[in-house]
Design a binder for this molecule. Structure first.
Ligand SMILES: Cc1cc2nc3c(=O)[nH]c(=O)nc-3n(C[C@H](O)[C@H](O)[C@H](O)COP(=O)(O)O)c2cc1C
Length: 182
């Protein structure tokens, strides 16, 4: 049995936080998982310069390693806290920089990226399942651009008080099963 190439995009700046704990457990369970910590990347925001409208790359080179990892991945896991009803700025910045794939796929109709299975892990201080649904909706739209079928979401609310983390092992098992080949 071999594990797929899993790419985890971690949107939390906290080492000891819930997202970091989830990412570490996933990496332990699925040995092939690579974690990108958005806060350690120093990625520039998309400026909508539209270079990628007619070129198969971004004019700013700081995402090149991340593009390579994404293109090689079999599974893509976005794991993040909710900040002010959305994703933390450094993670949103990386996601916005996937815009070359939009022009490549939707506008220029070039071949799809390798198909990937996607998963979303979200947590927030209060209980806001509607926020998780909203983020899930936008990630599904992104999924059509990067050829990622988002399969499931685990949302953990109320982390300010008594967060229920009991769903994490089952979620990790689901990711493992979806990404392990005989
Ligand atoms: C800048 C900032 C904005 C936040 N915005 C929200 C929010 O809109 N809704 C919410 O329920 N929690 C919000 N939180 C709380 C975090 O989502 C929560 O503490 C989360 O569990 C942190 O996860 P982590 O420890 O894995 O990083 C915010 C926290 C910070 C630092």
């Amino acid at each position: 049995m071999s594990s797929s190439n899993i790419l985890v995009l971690n949107g939390s700046p906290r080492n000891g936080g819930i997202v970091a704990g989830f990412a570490a457990e996933l990496q332990e369970a699925a040995k092939g998982a690579a974690i990108i910590n958005a806060y350690q990347q120093d990625i520039s925001p998309c400026t909508d310069c539209r270079y990628c409208k007619s070129h198969n790359e971004c004019i700013i080179p700081d995402m090149n390693d991340i593009y390579d990892m994404l293109e090689q991945a079999d599974a893509f896991v976005v794991a993040s806290p909710v900040y002010n009803g959305g994703l933390p700025a450094p993670l949103k910045c990386i996601i916005d920089r996937l815009q070359p794939y939009y022009y490549r796929r939707v506008v220029r109709r070039e071949p799809k990226l390798k198909p990937k299975t996607g998963f979303l892990f979200l947590c927030s201080g209060q209980h806001h399942p509607e926020t998780a649904k909203h983020i899930e909706f936008w990630l599904n739209r992104l999924g059509t651009v990067i050829n990622t079928q988002f399969k499931d979401t685990l949302y953990i609310g109320n982390t300010d008080n008594a967060a229920d983390l009991s769903g994490i092992p089952e979620f990790i098992q689901m990711i493992k099963e979806a990404t392990t080949h005989e």
